[in-house]
Structures are given as structure tokens and as C-alpha cells.
Design a binder for this molecule. Structure first.
Ligand code: DPP
Ligand code: ZN
Length: 871
């Protein structure tokens, strides 16, 4: 398969000004009639090349006449028409089979209902079209279907007409007044019910809000509806963005490749990000639902009103919209807790991607299959890049820049350059060098050193930036990096900052702009040797190296005035200690717990002035994948042993205090952020108590499981029990399965717990889970809950030394690839970083990748990931 390159971009030669679509919906044989109003966009004759996949062309006319055979050419994936008048009407009829569509791209059937997914290139699986985001078209859509089976008929925009047809059929006509690219098209038809509400926008417009679900889920929509209304209000208050149609619909479907999709006026969601009741969904689920609802809603401006010129610009809408949803969530609860979670995700998932064979810039330069580039880099690093712009121009400047961006580009398909340009123009800033964040892959490293000069009362910081090479980019140019810092005195107070050459000191923190490979910063009037607090709030997506002593880290853990950095100091302290333990284990010695760490840890636990959510974050040890990132050669067993040892040792040493905090947090009622924080800390205490392998703790966990009236506490107890194999664990898991068998989303939690269990016998467990009646390889959520969880979050067993974990995943990738290439490709990424492991594992993983690449009939999706991984 051939790669597509950004440098080959050419504007479309034809425009589709208006399209009328008529669907005769039938699961096996759906007929799609389309009428395209075409206008040539260039002065000289140009062929019209439409895209199409898995379509049967029944009929085609231009201006009502058949086309001469010589002027019509059908190839694999395209339909070419020659010698068309500069303006004409093209009418076509195509046949498709939604029921046979297991790739879940285009029009397909989920739970007996019709739905669509068109981003990125699914529309071409519905009808022939200029399926590219820079072709924006007005859509009118008529749906016809059997009225009993499919009473609800939905598409984008506003309802224009509806009525009955002969033979028990009916129809609906939808018109979307906003021109849009085909990837934002959607239709839904089925037996659905809806929860309804209203929203009055800031200018007084009334919007009809509807969440459509299958009837048995109608009692799980309240939270999603509340989240939607909050998002709408927040985007008005924060960014002045108002909704623009009379109706906003969300439809929940069980079979969905992504999290959700921002189709104009008709979002289609993975039901995982809609359905929630306190007894079926955890606090994390509630928070995730709120943020995905917000994310898709925010796309209405950052994505739909202003869209992408081509798919290389994907981060234009995704990075910006993730940034917006992160800010929204931060405003709903504790900003630092949100920031910590986002940074953990970035460091444990995006940093590895950026250091491996799939590394690509935020704006990729080439791809084989665009679906492989809906990545942590495009989304999360893209959001960090937007955040850095805000740090550089300030909150108000950022708002000015965003206003200008929307004003300038409303109704257009643009590039990340256009976004940066608006930020520059609104703030009279030069961000030329900053643009390198969009074009250079890899995670920059900041090596920082500090030196205090007592005689001159000055403190000298030297900062050197570098960035390791990545595929196709051996040399990197320096990045423009905002480094937010403060200097703390021995009481933990911020020392006023006066850089050499400045006449006056300023209080608090400072944003230093790094643009060169090396910087020397000399601070004057520093009365004592300070402890620097660097990269506050994680002001840039980089790896910071500063030679802190354990004492300094313990000090920062207790005193840093930046909440994020207080947490970060604890993480770094833990990493240092765990690295020492890993070395001990590798040398065949017993690991030990650093008393200074235990003391600092206990002080946080005992500090009842801190928010419980922040305490819980501070007391959570760095994850195994993050620890793996810090090693030259990853040793999954030693990492797991060290981490488990530390959890157990802390659980034993501080048992009485964990129990006291657990008991003090009895009041966990409610769904507000404060109650969620209390539940989080309480469940963390329980986990440490169980890690200590104490029989009382198991009884406590079982009691909590049985009395829990919410899923957070039930899962907290079960998760804690996963550290204690035995009768109580088995009994509780069996009870959970019996109780929730009929609720697929809840059962996924049960699948996930077992798929990630570190107890021996993992392979048999995975095979058993796949035999469970609730499992189906055709459902992406089930695949993620069992196979995805195993491959990505059970390092000890996935990387079993005999290669059995790799073989299992390889077999499943190949089976899945024939059904759903997008999901299969995601699973392959678990094998892509083979070079990070010992020689034996390298060989085994490589052999699996070779087996995949050699498989006949492989999809582009899987081919691209597997071949790049080998390359
Ligand atoms: N639906 C995906 C998202 O919102 C892709 N646009 O991120
Ligand atoms: Zn998005």
C-alpha cells in the first residue's frame, strides 16, 4: 500500500455545492440515491474523481442523461468521469449491505439499529463522493424505512418533513443549513427512545436536546444530559461560543470503534460515554462521560464550523478540542487533579509512542491509513502544544487569538498554520520557532543544573535542550519551550525573581522562554540556597532532568506551592527508590523501602488539610509502563516485583494509618467532586491494606463490596481483592458476574479486572473470558476490555518469557483484521516497541510482527503498524 504525503496536497478541482441523499434502508440491501450539484473549481477541463469502497453502482446519469462509456471509469476505490460540463447534476444509485459491515465504518447495524461512522473516510463506503474534508457541501437527507422496526429516523441539521408511506414504511427529511465535509454526515434509524430537555443559549435561542438510547437504557441518561447542558453554558461563558441549530442529538450505540463522533447536530456515541447510573458506573466513568460529551459538543466550533483542510491537520481540531475539554473538566473540580491525570496519560502513553517506531509529529508528514493517526500524539500532545501557546500569550491573549481564529475561518477548512497565525496576529507575537512543535516528532529533554553562589547571593540555572532522533528526522532544531519556574526558600516560600540585567524583582513564578539549545539564567538577590521548582504545572511536554537529592524531593513533596509539582516531587522520589529496588531485584537481592520515602509518604497521608483527591494522587505510585520508560532494557518482572513490594511494604508499615483514614472517610455519599475525592482516597487505603496481604483487609474489602451502593466502591473493593487470590476474591468475582451479566458495559469491568490480573494462569484466563457468552470479537468494547487490557495493561503476562502472550495477541490480530481493521491495528501497537526488551523477547516479538506482515489479505491499517514496527 502506498503512503500519502502532506507535500502532495492539492486543492479540490471540483466542488459539491449541494447533495440530496435518499436512503431506502434495509439491513441487507440498502439503496442510496444521491444527487450532486457539481461545480468545477478550476478554469480548465478536469476529470471528476470520486471515492467509493464496497459499493455497487446501480445507475448513473449526468444532467439526466447516461454517460458515454468512454467517459466513465471505475477502479478500485474510485470512479472517474471525464468531459463534464463546468456545472452539472450527477445522479447515482448505489447498493450497500449494512449488516455485512463489520468494520463499523460507513453505514452499519448495531443492536438492530442503523448508524454511521464517517470520520475519517467512511462516507465513501456509503456512496461515491469527494470524500475529503476541504469539500464542504449542503446536505439534504431523506430516510425511508419500515415504521415498526425503525420508528426513529435521524440525520444532521433540522427536521424538514416526515410522514407515512405505503406498506408500513415511513420517511423523514433532514436539512442541515451549514455546509459540511462528508466526514460529519450521520444517520441513525431504529427503535430508540429519547430523554429530552431544553437549553436557552446566550442570545435567547431555544435548543431541543435529545439523548437517544435503547429502551432499557433510558434510566442511564441523566448524567449525560446534565453534562451536555454544562458544556453548552461553559463554552458560552469561557469562549463566547454559542450553539447554532434548533436541535442537538446524541445517540448511544453499543458497537463503536472510537469514543464518540461529533457529526453536525447528531453525535453518535459509544454507549460507554453516555450511559451511567451510580450503581453501574464508577466515578471515573462519570468524569469521562462528562468530558467526552463536552469534547464532542466543543467540536461544533473547533472542528465543524472551522474544519481541517486535510487529514494531516487532524490536530487542528483534536488538539484544540482536547485542550478545551481539559479546561472544562479542570473548571468542574480540582484543576491540579485534572492536570495530574492528563500528564500521567501523556507520559505513560504518548511519550512511548513518541520514542518508538510509530513516532510522528503532531502534524504528520505521511500516512498509509489515516485511521492509524488518531493517536495520543495528535490528541494529547496536540493539546499540550495548544496549552503552551496559552502559557506564552496568557489566558486573555489566548482568548483573543481564538476569537480571531473563529472569526477569520468560520465556514472554512484550514491548517494548523492558520491557527498559529491567528494566535500571532491577535497578540503581535512571533511563533515561527514554536511551529516546530507541529513538525518535529520526539520528546525533548531538558537537562537542568543549579548552582548557588553565596558570596554574590546569586543562583545560576543552566538549561540544555535536546531531542532524540526519530524516524526520518535525525537532527532536531531547538524547540520554543515555556519553562515555568519558581525558587523556594527553606520555609517553602517563593523567592522574588530578578534575573541578571533586570532592575526589579517580581514575586512568584516566571515563564522562561527557551528557544536556543543552551540557556544560562542568573538570578540575583537570592538570600539562601534555593530549591528550584521547575516546569510547574508541567508547562511543556518534555522530560525534565534535575539532580534533586532525596531530601529535596521530600521537601518539595511537602512544601512546593505548585500543587502539580508537589505531586511530581513524590513521583520522582518514588521513581528513584523503585529504580534502586529494581536494580536490587535484578542482582538477586532483597529490595528495601527507603525510610525517608516512607516518612514523606506518611506525612501526606496524615495531612488532613489537603483535598482527599490530591492525597490519593500523591499516594499512588508511578505505573509500570511509566517505570518501564525509565529503563534502558525493560524488565517487566523486576518492575512489577518492585512496585508490588513497595505497595505491600507501605501497606504493612502504615496499616494503622491507612485504616484510620479509611474509617474517617465514612461519608462518601453524593456524586459531587468532593465525594468522588473521598471515595478515591478511601479505596486507595483499602488497596494498600489488601496489598499487605492481611486477612482483616480482605474481610474489610468483602464487606465493602457487599454493602456498596455505587460502582466505585464495588469496583474499589474488587480491585483491591485482585491482590489477594483466594476464596473471597473468587466469590466476589462470581457474584459480580451473576449480578451484571446483562449489562455489557458493567461486564467489561469484570473482563478488564481479570485480563489485567497478575496472578499465574493468565493465558487460560484470557481464553476463558473469550468463551464467555458476553464476549464477542465483533464488539470493540469487549475486545478492548479483554485483549486490549491484556496487551496494554498486563505487562508481566503479555511479555511472558515463552512468547505465549505475543502469540495469543497475534492470533487475535489476524482474526480481527478480517472483521475490523481499525481495532486490529490498535492491538498491533502492543508489539511495536520490541526493541525495548531483552534479546529473547525481541526475537519473539519480531517473529510475531513478521508473521502478521506475511499474512495474505492484510488490511492497510495493520500493515502500516506492523511494517513500520519492523522497519
Ligand atoms: N470522534 C473522534 C473525536 O471526537 C474523532 N473526531 O475525537
Ligand atoms: Zn475529537
Amino acid at each position: 500500500p502506498a503512503a500519502i504525503h502532506l507535500t502532495d496536497y492539492a486543492p479540490p478541482q471540483w466542488r459539491i455545492e449541494h447533495v440530496d441523499l435518499c436512503f431506502q434502508l434495509d439491513p441487507v440491501d440498502t439503496r442510496v440515491r444521491s444527487r450532486l450539484q457539481l461545480r468545477r473549481a478550476v478554469s480548465q477541463e478536469a476529470p471528476l474523481v470520486l471515492q467509493g469502497e464496497e459499493l455497487k453502482l446501480i445507475n448513473l446519469t449526468v444532467d439526466g442523461e447516461p454517460v458515454a462509456p468512454g467517459n466513465l471509469q471505475q477502479d478500485e476505490g474510485s470512479l472517474t468521469l471525464h468531459e463534464l460540463p463546468a456545472q452539472c447534476t450527477l445522479e447515482m444509485e448505489t447498493a450497500i449491505s449494512p449488516e455485512a459491515n463489520t468494520a463499523l465504518s460507513g453505514l452499519y447495524v448495531s443492536g438492530g439499529n442503523f448508524c454511521t461512522q464517517c470520520e475519517a473516510e467512511g462516507f465513501r463506503r456509503i456512496t461515491w463522493f469527494l470524500d475529503r474534508p476541504d469539500v464542504m457541501t449542503l446536505f439534504t437527507v431523506r430516510l425511508e424505512a419500515d415504521k415498526d422496526r425503525f420508528p426513529v429516523l435521524l440525520s444532521n441539521g433540522n427536521l424538514a418533513d416526515a410522514g407515512d408511506l405505503p406498506e408500513g414504511r415511513h420517511y423523514a427529511v433532514w436539512h442541515d443549513p451549514f455546509p459540511k465535509p462528508s466526514y460529519l454526515f450521520a444517520l441513525v434509524a431504529g427503535d430508540l427512545v429519547c430523554q429530552q430537555d431544553r437549553f436557552t443559549t446566550c442570545s435567547g435561542r431555544e435548543v431541543d436536546l435529545r439523548i437517544y438510547v435503547q429502551r432499557h437504557n433510558l434510566d442511564k441518561c441523566d448524567h449525560a444530559m446534565r453534562s451536555l447542558k454544562k458544556s453548552m453554558r461553559w463554552d458560552e461563558d469561557t469562549y463566547g461560543r454559542e450553539y447554532d441549530l434548533d436541535i442537538y442529538m446524541i445517540v448511544a450505540v453499543d458497537d463503536f470503534n472510537m469514543g464518540a463522533m461529533e457529526n453536525k447536530g447528531l453525535n453518535v456515541f459509544n454507549s460507554k460515554y453516555v450511559l451511567a447510573r451510580p450503581d453501574t458506573a464508577t466515578d471515573d466513568d462519570f468524569v469521562a462521560i462528562e468530558s467526552v460529551i463536552a469534547h464532542e459538543y466543543f467540536h461544533n466550533w473547533s472542528g465543524n464550523r472551522v474544519t481541517c483542510r486535510d487529514w494531516f491537520q487532524l490536530s487542528l481540531k483534536e488538539g484544540l478540542t482536547v485542550f478545551r475539554d481539559q479546561e472544562f473538566t479542570a473548571d468542574q473540580s480540582l484543576r491540579a487533579v485534572k492536570r495530574i491525570g492528563d500528564v500521567q496519560r501523556l507520559r505513560s502513553l504518548q511519550f512511548p509512542e513518541d520514542a518508538g517506531p510509530m513516532a510522528h509529529p503532531v502534524r504528520p508528514q505521511s500516512y498509509i491509513e489515516i485511521n492509524n493517526f488518531y493517536t495520543m500524539t495528535v490528541y494529547e500532545k496536540g493539546a499540550e502544544v495548544v496549552r503552551m501557546i496559552q502559557t506564552l500569550v496568557g489566558r486573555e491573549g489566548f482568548r483573543r487569538g481564538l476569537d480571531l481564529y473563529f472569526e477569520r475561518h468560520d465556514g472554512q477548512a484550514v491548517t494548523t498554520d492558520d491557527f498559529v497565525k491567528a494566535m500571532e496576529d491577535a497578540n503581535a507575537r512571533d511563533l515561527r520557532r514554536f511551529r516546530r512543535w507541529y513538525d518535529q516528532a520526539g520528546t525533548p529533554v531538558l537537562d537542568v543544573a543549579g548552582e548557588y553562589d553565596e558570596t554574590n547571593q546569586s543562583y545560576r540555572l543552566t538549561v540544555r535542550q535536546s531531542c532524540p532522533p526519530s524516524q526520518g528526522q535525525s537532527e532536531k532544531l531547538p524547540f520554543h519551550i515555556p519553562l515555568t519556574l519558581a525558587l523556594l526558600d527553606s520555609q517553602g516560600r517563593e523567592i522574588p525573581l530578578r534575573l541578571e540585567g533586570e532592575s526589579q524583582a517580581t514575586p512568584g513564578e516566571r515563564v522562561i522562554e527557551l528557544t536556543a539549545p543552551d540557556h544560562v539564567l542568573v538570578f540575583r538577590d537570592v538570600p539562601e540556597a534555593p530549591v528550584p521548582s521547575l516546569l510547574r504545572g508541567f508547562s511543556a511536554p518534555v522530560k525534565l532532568k534535575f539532580p534533586y537529592t532525596s531530601e529535596e524531593l521530600a521537601f518539595l513533596m511537602g512544601h512546593d506551592t505548585d500543587d502539580f509539582n508537589r505531586w511530581e516531587a513524590g513521583q520522582q522520589f518514588a521513581v528513584q527508590m523503585l529504580q534502586g529496588q529494581i536494580a536490587h531485584i535484578q542482582a538477586g537481592r532483597e529490595p528495601t523501602l527507603d525510610p525517608l520515602f516512607q516518612e514523606a509518604f506518611a506525612r501526606v497521608l496524615d495531612n488532613d488539610t489537603l483535598d482527599p483527591a490530591l492525597v490519593a494522587e500523591a499516594l499512588t505510585l508511578p505505573g509500570e509502563t511509566y517505570l518501564a520508560e525509565q529503563m534502558e532494557v525493560v524488565d517487566v518482572d523486576a518492575i512489577h516485583q518492585a512496585r508490588q513490594f513497595t505497595r505491600r511494604a507501605l501497606g504493612q508499615a502504615l496499616a494503622a494509618r491507612f485504616r484510620a483514614v479509611y474509617d474517617a472517610l465514612q461519608d462518601t455519599q453524593g456524586m459531587d467532586a468532593a465525594a468522588m475525592g473521598r471515595r478515591r482516597l478511601r479505596n486507595l487505603c483499602l488497596a494498600y491494606l489488601c496489598a499487605a496481604e492481611d486477612a482483616n483487609a480482605q474481610a474489610l474489602a468483602e464487606a465493602q463490596y457487599q454493602s456498596a451502593d455505587n460502582m466505585t466502591d464495588a469496583m474499589g473493593a474488587l480491585r483491591a481483592l485482585m491482590d489477594c487470590p483466594g476464596e473471597i476474591q473468587e466469590r466476589s468475582l462470581a457474584h459480580f458476574e451473576a449480578r451484571w451479566r446483562e449489562e455489557p458495559l458493567v461486564l467489561d469491568k469484570w473482563f478488564g479486572l481479570q485480563a489485567t490480573a497478575s496472578a499465574p494462569g493468565a493465558l487460560d484466563r484470557i481464553r476463558r473470558l473469550m468463551q464467555h457468552p458476553g464476549f464477542s470479537i465483533r464488539n470493540p468494547n469487549r475486545v478492548r476490555a479483554v485483549l486490549g487490557a491484556f496487551a496494554m495493561a498486563n505487562p508481566v503476562h503479555f511479555h511472558a518469557a515463552d512468547g505465549s502472550g505475543y502469540e495469543l495477541i497475534t492470533d487475535q490480530v489476524l482474526e480481527l483484521d478480517a472483521l475490523n481493521p481499525q481495532i486490529a491495528a490498535r492491538l498491533v501497537t502492543s508489539l511495536s516497541r520490541w526493541k525495548r526488551f531483552d534479546e529473547q523477547r525481541q526475537g519473539l516479538m519480531r517473529a510475531c510482527l513478521e508473521r502478521i506482515v506475511a499474512h495474505p489479505g492484510l488490511s492497510r491499517d495493520v500493515y502500516e503498524i506492523a511494517s513500520r514496527s519492523l522497519g
